[in-house]
Design a protein around this ligand. Structure first.
Ligand SMILES: Nc1ncnc2c1ncn2[C@@H]1O[C@H](COP(=O)(O)OP(=O)(O)O)[C@@H](O)[C@H]1O
Ligand SMILES: [Mg+2]
Length: 264
């Protein structure tokens, strides 16, 4: 899946994962977040299938991060809900959360802790038992090629490695669903390419990926895209479908045309 074809990434190759036997993995169901009279997210509904790369594409302030936070149980929806692997995030937040890994828009690493200490922290935060913690941390250090940096402080790592560490932290409990909020902003072109190679390889293994981006070329790597504008979904489809719908040859023009259409 995904439009990005390259050899399978090393990370995905070594990543030990067996996809569960379900079809729908992520569902947003009339999800809404209101601050006072302002709707940051309005009546948002979508469904994502196992192994799909689903992109949320939209300008700053469109409500992408707010949607992610609600779907992770970090912000309470004003109304509506989300389900992760069929589990309602409002009714069983902990159980739902144990099925997902979340890479926040701003790295949630602890700068003054080392790579290993950060992974220890996330292992416990994601509910891995003390007994299994060391084994799991060693495993992701290996899989993500972090061995030579394990004692370096997170704040001293170059951006590309910080990003890799964040991804390792989000996957430490082998979740079937991975949320990535602007994982490539501020990252150089080669690192971006590498990162997308990991994403598409993980999806091929059956990991479901929901990712936000404002890079139009990255939108093309998604299986399906939801165009997000002023808190609302204005169009959903494959990159090809969206371009057809908008009568455009490229994503950027498609996006502009679809926004204009929605404002009529
Ligand atoms: N805690 C908050 N209180 C009030 N408004 C907020 C809060 N959090 C986000 N917003 C507003 O909600 C809108 C959507 O924000 P966000 O979800 O971060 O957008 P995106 O991730 O697409 O850039 C923005 O207008 C933002 O200012
Ligand atoms: Mg955001």
């Amino acid at each position: 899946m995904g439009g990005y074809n390259k050899e399978e990434s090393l990370i995905a190759k070594n990543y030990d994962y067996k996809a569960p036997d379900v079809e729908l993995t992520v569902e947003a169901d009339n999800l809404e977040k209101r601050y006072g009279n302002f709707y940051a997210v309005k009546n948002n509904t979508f469904k994502i299938k196992k192994g799909e790369i689903f992109g949320l594409l939209g300008p700053n302030g469109a409500g992408k991060s707010t949607s992610f936070k609600m779907m992770c149980g970090l912000a309470r929806p004003t109304s509506g809900t989300a389900r992760i692997m069929g589990i309602d995030i409002k009714k069983q937040p902990e159980k739902a959360r144990s099925n997902l890994g979340y890479m926040a828009q701003k790295f949630s690493l602890y700068g003054s802790l080392t790579v290993r200490e950060n992974l220890d922290f996330f292992a416990l935060a994601y509910g891995i038992s003390i007994l299994k913690k060391e084994e799991k941390v060693n495993e992701v250090i290996d899989v993500f090629g972090l061995k030579e940096y394990e004692n370096a402080k997170a704040e001293e790592l170059p951006l590309g490695l910080k990003q890799r560490l964040s991804m390792a932290a989000a996957l430490i409990h082998n979740p079937p669903v991975l949320f990535l909020d602007e994982p490539t902003s501020g990252v150089d072109v080669l690192t971006r390419r590498d990162f997308w190679n990991h994403i598409t390889s993980l999806a091929k293994k059956g990991v479901t990926i929901m990712v936000t981006t404002h890079f139009m070329d990255e939108a093309e790597y998604c299986d399906r895209i939801s165009l997000f504008y002023k808190g609302e979904t204005i169009a959903v489809g494959t990159p090809t479908e969206l371009k057809q719908q908008a009568g455009a040859n490229d994503m950027e023009t498609a996006f502009i045309n679809l926004i204009k259409e929605s404002e009529k």
